[in-house]
Design a protein around this ligand. Structure first.
Ligand SMILES: C[S@@+](CC[C@H](N)C(=O)[O-])C[C@H]1O[C@@H](n2cnc3c(N)ncnc32)[C@H](O)[C@@H]1O
Length: 309
């Protein structure tokens, strides 16, 4: 079986394109209005920490969205951290296409506020070690990989009172492919197994179900003392476009579909006979090549705030 080879950084960049359309606009609007509130209450610097930054996609999004903060005279200090050195190098390189490099980070001035961006190889634990140090913490497609309760408690400590936690694209237990597979019952079993395979027992002994991470995060925020300001769906809905004269999928969509098929195929080999997996995969790849394949994956976005004293 020939599985499409896509590198992890390429997958993250393909995902960025789909995430941009999927991010919940109501939650995002609430984030921007809450930040405007922070900006009117404070002067100085808005300190932002992007956890598990990968190729820095969320940092680039924030730069696009936070122009108004800068033009209100506030400086932006953004730190993106990841444990993977290769990804951090990629984040710096992609960032450098937009910003002028200076020293270890990147700086540019536009409008009245100054922007400082830095990417570092660092664990989430270490990045969250300093109390009262950030106005905004972001975590994009990350929380399912971390111990939820301990991370939310650490986020709470790291935020200043009134500081915001914007955690997005949290998988919430539904992946579906269309049109119906030839052996729809097998695909159903495979997708149920795929969700079950995300269950882990964490170092703190707690069981965590990656397939319900959106809902678990909602509860963990409240348990950690963060108040949830907004909650909304951020589903990936990738389907072949029928507009005359345009390709069925964008490049990002095609790569994401291929990555997801490969991911589920490899996971399924742990449970099902290779012959069944091969039959399923070749049917789905055929559908992709014919530009008929659609995919829906359910996620949740959460915006939470550390209470004012
Ligand atoms: C699914 S990727 C998401 C990357 C990026 N936020 C995005 O969506 O484009 C998860 C990222 O978290 C990083 N990661 C996982 N555990 C981490 C930890 N304990 N500390 C720092 N980074 C971590 C991984 O290296 C990976 O880059």
């Amino acid at each position: 079986m020939i599985i499409p080879e896509i590198s992890f950084p390429d997958y993250l960049e393909a995902k960025k394109e789909v995430d941009d359309s999927a991010l919940n606009s109501t939650v995002r609007e609430r984030l921007l209005s809450a930040i405007r509130h922070v900006v009117t209450e404070q002067t100085g610097t808005l300190r932002i920490l992007d956890l598990g930054t990968g190729t820095g996609a969320m940092v680039r999004r924030l730069l696009r969205d936070l122009g108004s903060v800068q033009s209100a005279g506030m400086d932006l200090e953004i730190l993106g951290v990841d444990i993977d050195q290769n990804l951090v190098e990629t984040a710096k390189r992609l960032g450098a296409e937009d910003w002028v490099e200076s020293g270890s980070g990147s700086r540019h001035s536009a409008g009245s506020g100054e922007v400082k961006i830095e990417f570092r190889v660092m664990s989430v634990d270490k990045a969250l070690a300093k109390e009262n140090s950030c106005e905004l913490i972001t975590a994009h497609a990350l929380m399912d990989l971390l111990p939820m309760a301990a991370t939310c408690a650490a986020v709470h400590r790291s935020l200043v009172p009134g500081g915001l936690f914007y955690a997005t694209i949290n998988y919430n237990g539904l992946t579906r492919w269309y049109p119906k597979a030839e052996d729809a019952e097998f695909e159903q079993q495979l997708l149920s197994y795929y969700d079950r395979s995300m269950r882990r027992v964490r170092e703190d002994g707690r069981e965590q179900d990656g397939a319900s991470s959106g809902g678990q995060l909602y509860e963990a925020c409240s348990a950690a003392g963060l108040e949830v300001l907004a909650l909304g769906g951020s589903d990936w809905c990738v389907f072949p476009k029928v507009d005359v004269g345009t390709a069925a999928y964008t490049g990002g969509e095609r790569s994401l579909l291929a990555w997801m098929l490969g991911n589920i195929y490899r996971e399924g080999l742990q449970e099902f006979p290779a012959s069944s997996m091969d039959t399923w995969m070749s049917g789905r790849l055929h559908c992709l090549q014919q530009e008929r394949l659609a995919m829906v994956v359910h996620h949740l976005d959460v915006l939470a705030r550390r209470r004012f004293p």
